[in-house]
Design a protein around this ligand. Structure first.
Ligand code: XMP
Length: 327
């Protein structure tokens, strides 16, 4: 029998709208044949893969798809709003929005160790998703944004791991319509499905989100300062033509304060650290040379517009020796 997790050698690389449309038409047929009149559940993070899977399933089965978007409080500025706008308002999807911000931030309070933070975020995510899944009735399928590199790199572990996180007795059959596609193909398909360019071509964002950039113990005020500073950096990269050119760029805010002066008064604040790197596979990375005039402008905006930030620093460390993320 043919292994459905192996990409056939004859499968053409999807590089054009025409090829994407053909793939979409074929998948719509296959999804309908697999699912029939049953319901499908999907954890929709707003990332490229889950968004494309959502759009494909909405096209194929409409309201038989139930999307759950968990806002864990560690998303970038505007992201939860964009998920609601695109999927509920524009695509008329069946979307459950879960505000789990307090639940996550309460669990993370007082925890400074990076690995413990990651574990808490991962575990809590599965619990929140399970809580929502348990409230629903008549779900037979679970959709996942597994892509081909996930299968190649982990031998399908991502898929099984996710299913393994669901409660006993909840047995779902998987729907994984993009599992044979590479990332660039998923993006072409996403655009053909009408998803916004910014959603389809967004830079990689770690699962634990801003949680690994709000260094050490996460506090609500410092997390908010990080989110605002990051939004300014992204806006300026967009405006100045760097967004499409630089592979990954973000702000990290350490858990330390320094002395400053504002309006003739002493002003203690956190530093915002800019990291902007280029890479092909994230195993090694080089530093993007941001023009000095732009760095001055970004520094000016962040220190004036963001409460609690009184310095802006630039991380010039390539990988190795620094990892891309700080934690
Ligand atoms: P590092 O920091 O190891 O990061 O150089 C390499 C790439 O992986 C991303 N990253 C993650 N992605 N979950 C993810 O989905 C994670 O826990 C995670 N940690 C790091 C990082 O943003 C970079 O693109």
């Amino acid at each position: 029998m043919m292994d459905s997790n192996v990409r056939p050698a004859s499968m053409e690389r999807i590089t054009t709208k025409e090829l994407a449309d053909a793939f979409i038409a074929e998948q719509v047929k296959e999804i309908r044949a697999q699912v029939g009149d049953k319901k499908v559940l999907l954890a929709l993070s707003g990332g490229v893969d889950s968004s494309v899977v959502a759009a494909l399933l909405i096209k194929a089965i409409g309201k038989q798809l139930v999307c759950v978007h968990v806002n864990h409080g560690l998303l970038r500025k505007g992201e939860p709003e964009q998920v609601v706008k695109v999927f509920r308002d524009e695509m008329d999807a069946n979307l459950i929005y879960v505000d789990a911000v307090d639940r996550f931030l309460d669990k993370l309070a007082g925890i400074a160790d990076p690995e413990t933070k990651r574990k808490i975020i991962g575990k809590e995510f599965i619990e929140v998703f399970n809580d929502e899944a348990c409230k629903l009735e008549g779900i037979d399928f679970l959709a996942q944004g597994t892509i081909y590199p996930d299968i190649l790199e982990s031998d399908g572990v991502k898929a099984h791991h996710n299913v393994g996180g669901l409660p006993e007795g909840m047995k779902f059959e998987l729907v994984e319509p993009v599992k044979l596609l590479y990332k660039d193909e998923v993006r072409v398909v996403g655009e053909a499905l009408g998803l916004p360019h910014g959603m389809v071509y967004r830079q990689p964002f770690p699962g634990p989100g801003l949680g690994v950039r709000c260094l050490g113990e996460i506090t609500r005020d410092r997390l908010e300062a990080l989110r605002e500073a990051d939004a300014i950096l992204r806006e300026e990269f967009d405006k100045n033509g760097l967004a499409g050119k630089v592979w990954q760029y973000f702000i990290a805010v350490p858990d330390m304060k320094s002395v400053g002066v504002k309006d003739d008064k002493r002003y203690e604040g956190w530093p915002a650290i800019i990291r902007a790197v280029n890479t092909t596979d994230a195993m090694t990375a080089t530093i993007e040379e941001i023009p000095y005039a732009l760095l001055h402008h970004i520094t000016d905006r962040i220190t004036h517009e963001v409460d609690g930030i009184n310095r802006v620093l630039l991380d010039l460390t390539p990988k190795p020796i620094g990892t891309i993320e700080w934690e």
